[in-house]
Structure formats: C-alpha cells, structure tokens
Ligand binder design. Structure first.
Ligand code: C2G
Length: 447
C-alpha cells in the first residue's frame, strides 16, 4: 500500500485545497492529511486564520478524500510523521517548491501545481474589507501602517494627523483636514490621539456608526467609559480598547496558567513599565509629551492586576512625582493596591528608568516575565527547587499591534464583544485615571 501525506491550514476550504487533496490521493492508495494547529499557524506567522482547528478538520473530513487526519503541532513534525506512518510520498502545492526537499532523505517529495485564482487570504479579504481611519501622530501612523499589512480584511484608508492640517496623500492614505471629514470615508476608526481627546472622538465615531479601536485609556473616568460602551451596544458597533499586550498569545497563556493554580494563590502582582524616550526628546517642555506616565503606561501595568484580582480593590494609594507645577505630567507614579485576596504594585514612569519586569507571587511559586514584559513572548514559572523551573516561549512578531488588529477585524466580523479586555476592566482603568487626577499624594520631583 502506497501511503501519501500532505499538510495544510485548510482555512475556509476552497476548490484550490480540494484540487490538491484529489491529486494527492491519486499519488497512492492511502492519504493522510495533517491539519495545522492554531498555535502552530500563529508561530509560523499565519495570524488571520478564521476557523478553529476542529472546523478545519471537519471541512477536510467532509471532502471524503482523507483516509486519516492528524494535527500538525510543531516544527519538524513532518519528519516524525513520515517515519511513524511509514510514508512513501510527501506532497504539497507548488507554492512550496523546494521548501521541503530536506524530506527527500525520508520519502519521495512531490510538488503539485497550485490552483491559480483562489486563496484563503482572498476569501478573507472579500468577506469583510474594512476601511480604517487613523487619528494620531505620524510616527504611530507609520507603525500601524506597517503592521496592518499582516492583517487580512482591513486597510488604513485615511488619517487625521495632529501635526498636518492640509489635505495630502501619504502613500495611498489620504490626510483629512478634519476628524469629521475622516469619519465620512471610513468604516472604522483607530484612535491614537492624546488621551484627553479619546472620549469625544469615540462618541462622535459611534454616533456616525463607525466601529472604534482606541488606545487605552478610552476615557478618563469610569462613567464616561460606561456611556461609550452603551452607545456602541445600542448602535451594534464594536468599541475595542487597545492594549497591545492583552492580545498576545503569551500573555493569555500566562493568565490561564495562573487561573489553573500553577503558582498557588496569587498574593502579589508587581508590574513596572518605564521609558524616557519622549521626555528626552521634549527638551523639558512637557506639554510636548501628549501622554503622561499614568496614561501612557498605566493601562498596560494595571490590566494584569485587574484580570487576576478583579476590579474591587479595598485600598488604593497613588503617589506621583511631577516635573511641572501644573501637576499634569507625572515623571513617575506608583500605585499600591490591597485587594480582598492579594496585593499589587504598579510603577510607571516616563521620567525615570527601572527594571520593566512583571513578577506574580504565589503561594506555590512565582511567574517572572523579564523586561520589557509588555512585549510578552517569554516567561518562566519558578519554584523553590531551581530544577522545577518551567520556561514558556511564544511567537510575538512586531510589537503585537497586528494581533490587536486581527482581533478587531474578527470582533467586527463576528459582532462579538471583546473577550480580551472586558468592559469592567476598561471602567476600572479609567477610574484609576480619574483618581490620579483627583486625590493622589503629590511629591514634586526637584529637577
Ligand atoms: N493550495 C493549492 N492551491 C491554492 C491554495 C492552496 O494547491 N489555490 C494548496 C497549498 O499549496 C497546500 C494546501 O493547498 O498544499 C493547503 O494550503 P493552505 O491551507 O494555504 O496551507 P499551507 O500553509 O500552504 O500548507 O507545512 C506545509 C504547509 O502547512 C502547507
């Protein structure tokens, strides 16, 4: 019996896939199809896959062409499989010509002509093509424009930039002279402007029936956040809070490990985020730094604390050090929390430097995420015995922006709420911003 094996994602199964499977089947008597696991696809850069592994397996099964279906989960598994299943022929489409010649050591390798004119990417692009408007500064626009190339079904079509008022075309992105104009020509808007503008810009977008993804904090008090989510729900729109870390695979696996009790009861969460770049560039004119420390870093540092302990601390103490008399720009802010079942500290600063790590202390062990912890692609679970340490590595391409955008497109397509940053976390983060402005302890940092 001649055994053939082939592998693929088989997302949104189409006739190109079926042609491949038919010809693969004709190469022998028994066809095994390896369908790629979600994590394996993400690790190899395929972040736009729409269907779950089970849906993709069912679709391949329904073709009746596979004698057996397995899951491809790790790099190098093909060699294991060829030996384990005593394979005679490995085959794959010609778009992979040459990439699997190393398998010739183990079996015959056949590249079958790819079917032109169809691909899962094309189907995704057609399904939900969104024109995204951008609000913010040019640096962030360029960052997002680079990252969005990796996301199917959405493109930045227009911008309203703080520093440009005249209408101009920036590489296919039209710069509008007003926010109102921008809203006319997009389906959704990405808000990266200074935090004090967020609530009004979100409200205007929602009232104009536009979906919104907005850099956190989406508003500077919890009541405003609730109002914005109410408008979004009433209009059947997505309002998504953008905290890049929240959408990364590693961060979500870390939360699952904590919830599964891997380190016992969490008794302290200590998150530190610092960066001086903007301050150094401002030549001490702090009005030039649109984002102060609490708004720029606070949401990122606060999110794990609220997701681990919930949103009802018993005690909060905020201590900030300011460089300016108006007390708008905090060079450093430290927040101490006492929750019913644990403690936490946040240290954020654009006028200081510290170790930007995340340490989650538990009764059995602790999780250590090295700096810059917010670009989470690696963490350790450590115990009393050094040899019990567990290491976790995950793929994180770019700064994580692309995963945020993939989630945004999927939320719009499936009209589902944000399972990464629940509304109650948005409200809790905004409440901290309000507390910061109202009743913090103030220490003026002598220059
Ligand atoms: N295919 C094809 N014609 C198309 C699209 C895809 O012949 N128009 C083939 C691909 O060459 C591949 C199979 O169908 O052999 C599945 O394609 P995908 O689901 O896109 O998966 P891909 O990542 O290409 O799978 O490690 C090998 C990879 O997993 C191959």
């Amino acid at each position: 019996m001649k055994k053939v094996i082939t592998y693929g994602t088989y997302d949104l199964l189409h006739f190109g896939h079926i042609n491949l499977l038919k010809r693969a089947k004709e190469l022998g008597d028994y066809l095994i199809v390896g369908v790629t696991a979600d994590d394996f696809d993400k690790a190899r850069g395929k972040i736009n896959v729409q269907q779950s592994l089970m849906e993709r397996i069912e679709a391949v099964k329904a073709t009746g062409l596979a004698d057996e279906i397995i899951v491809e989960e790790y790099e190098g598994q093909k060699i294991d499989d060829i030996q384990r299943y005593d394979i005679d022929i490995f085959t794959v489409g010609s778009d992979w010509e040459g990439k699997f010649d190393y398998l010739k050591e183990f079996c015959k390798v056949v590249y079958l002509e790819r079917t032109e004119g169809i691909s899962s990417t094309q189907i995704r692009e057609k399904q939900s093509f969104l024109k995204l408007g951008f609000v913010g500064d040019r640096t962030m626009l360029e960052k997002y424009a680079n990252e969005i190339e990796f996301v199917n079904g959405i493109q930045i079509s227009g911008a309203y930039l703080n520093e440009f008022k005249e209408q101009e075309n920036m590489g296919g992105i039209v710069n509008y002279s007003s926010y109102e104009e921008l809203l006319k020509y997009c389906d959704a808007v990405l808000i990266e402007s200074a935090p004090q503008y967020h609530a009004d810009q979100i409200e205007m977008a929602l009232n104009n029936m536009k979906h919104v993804i907005c850099e956190s904090p989406i508003a500077l008090n919890g009541t405003e956040v609730e109002n914005l989510y109410t408008i979004a729900k009433k209009n059947g729109l997505i309002l998504m809070e953008a905290i890049k870390t929240a959408y990364s695979i590693a961060y979500n696996r870390l939360l699952l490990l904590i919830k599964s009790g891997k380190i016992g009861q969490v008794v302290s969460v200590d998150a530190t985020c610092t960066s001086r770049k903007e301050l150094d560039q401002s030549q001490n004119d702090y009005t030039k730094v649109p984002w102060n420390s609490i708004c720029g870093w606070g949401p990122t540092a606060l999110l794990p604390i609220f997701q681990i302990y919930g949103v009802k601390p018993k005690n909060i103490q905020i201590t900030s050090m300011f460089l300016d008399e108006e007390k708008k720009f905090d060079a450093f802010t430290k927040i101490n929390f006492v929750f019913p079942n644990g403690t936490a500290t946040v240290k954020v600063g654009k006028g200081v430097k510290s170790e930007g790590d995340l340490v989650i202390t538990g009764t059995k062990g602790y999780i250590y995420v090295p700096a810059p912890w917010w670009k989470l692609d690696y963490f350790e679970i450590r115990y009393e015995k050094i040899e019990d340490k567990k290491r976790f590595f995950y793929q994180l391409d770019g700064e994580g922006i692309r995963y945020e955008l993939v989630s945004f497109v999927q939320m719009i397509k499936e009209t589902k709420t944000n399972e990464y940053i629940l509304e109650k976390y948005s409200i809790a983060i905004a409440d901290i911003m309000e507390r910061f402005l109202q009743n913090r302890q103030i220490i003026i940092l002598e220059e």
